[in-house]
Ligand binder design. Structure first.
Ligand SMILES: [Zn+2]
Length: 357
């Protein structure tokens, strides 16, 4: 994708266990991640006699050790008034169940994120795994990859400490005070069920979470829990709301990459990126395609197993939007696999599976 030129005002990236102030009373820290995407940014906000933490890092001994360093070092003696999670993903909410009781701090999150995380963290049922296998089979996974699906079980549960049993709910448009400033919740959908970005007009700062990232496009996937979803339409609509709500002047604090300015241009990039992928998807579906077939169309690089799950979900997201807009239709074959093909304007119907191969 051709990216707009963004302004990155900070060259220095925080050392592990250290804080870098990016706006008055707003500090940036980094935690490592055991994925190709190797870090997450977290934020510490001055909050009167204490601080508010935004996001927690993934459940790992490394992240816990870095929190120990922070709490004994730069945050020593500071009360933690609350832990806000932008969304349920393990790098964001993964250690909430460890930090909140330890700090005697409440978890703040939207109800959609908290319930989704709690549901996934506690589900070790056979039905859960069976549903995963059926979903990835319907996307066209070969038996060897379906064996991986069965073996990995519930990957979410392994990357989080059980989600706190109680939450203080945040809702769209809500304003609340952190320290000397008022912050507003801006809900986004598509990347996760009810993602909370946090906007502070007084500081001209937006904590964007994963809804807007500077260099990579946020993952927008169909997941096994909601196999017929159209998350790309939700994501595109949410970007429109964000652009209409938050001014272009804000300093954007994303969960991955560096703080930047250029929110509206970046939103434009993301919309252009998905438009181009929708065109690619539609072209590929001149002959009937499964979601798995679209992975190599949409992702030119080699993917590891972890990335393949995201990629097939993302391929499905593009397919489902095109079904929702009436340009593709899907048919299920005798093996339960979904095949997507263009709706023919000539009225001859899509190619049936088998006709194209
Ligand atoms: Zn995320």
């Amino acid at each position: 994708m051709t990216d707009a030129v963004l302004d990155y005002p900070f060259d220095a990236i925080p050392e592990p266990g250290a804080l870098v102030e990016v706006a008055p009373g707003v500090s940036w820290l980094r935690m490592p991640l055991p994925f190709a995407l190797d870090h997450i940014n977290l934020w510490v906000l001055e909050d009167g006699d204490g601080v508010t933490l935004v996001d927690t890092g993934v459940a790992s001994d490394t992240t816990k050790a870095l929190w120990d360093t922070l709490l004994a070092g730069p945050l020593a003696g500071r009360r933690v008034n609350r832990v806000i999670a932008t969304h349920f993903h393990p790098d964001h909410m993964g250690l909430a169940g460890w930090l909140c009781p330890r700090l005697d701090a409440p978890l703040w999150a939207t109800l959609g994120e908290w319930t989704y995380g709690a549901m996934l963290a506690f589900d070790d049922s056979t039905a859960f795994v069976d549903n995963q296998v059926a979903f990835y089979a319907s996307a066209g996974f070969a038996p060897d990859m379906l064996a991986v699906v069965r073996e990995r079980g519930n990957p979410y549960a392994s990357r989080v400490v059980p989600i706190p049993p109680a939450v203080r709910r945040m809702v769209e448009g809500e304003r609340f005070t952190i320290g000397a400033h008022e912050w507003q919740v801006v809900v986004g959908r598509g990347h996760s069920p009810e993602h909370a970005a946090l906007w502070c007009p007084g500081l001209d700062v937006l904590i964007s979470g994963d809804q807007v990232l500077p260099r990579i496009s946020p993952n927008v996937s169909v997941w096994p829990q909601e196999p017929d979803a159209d998350p790309l339409s939700l994501f595109i609509d949410s970007l429109g709301v964000l652009k209409a709500t938050v001014p272009d002047s804000v300093l954007v604090l994303p969960s991955h990459g560096r703080p930047f300015r250029g929110l509206h241009a970046r939103i434009g990039d993301l919309l252009t990126h998905h438009d181009a992928r929708l065109v690619d998807t539609l072209e590929a579906c001149t002959t009937a395609q499964r979601a798995i077939d679209l992975v190599s169309v949409l992702f030119k690089r080699t993917l590891d197993v972890h990335q393949t799950f995201f990629a097939v979900g993302e391929a499905m997201a593009h397919l489902h939007r095109l079904v929702a807009t009436g340009t593709l239709e899907r048919r299920r074959d005798a093996d339960g696999v979904w095949w997507f093909s263009r709706v023919s304007s000539m009225g001859s119907g899509p190619l049936a599976p088998g006709e194209s191969h």
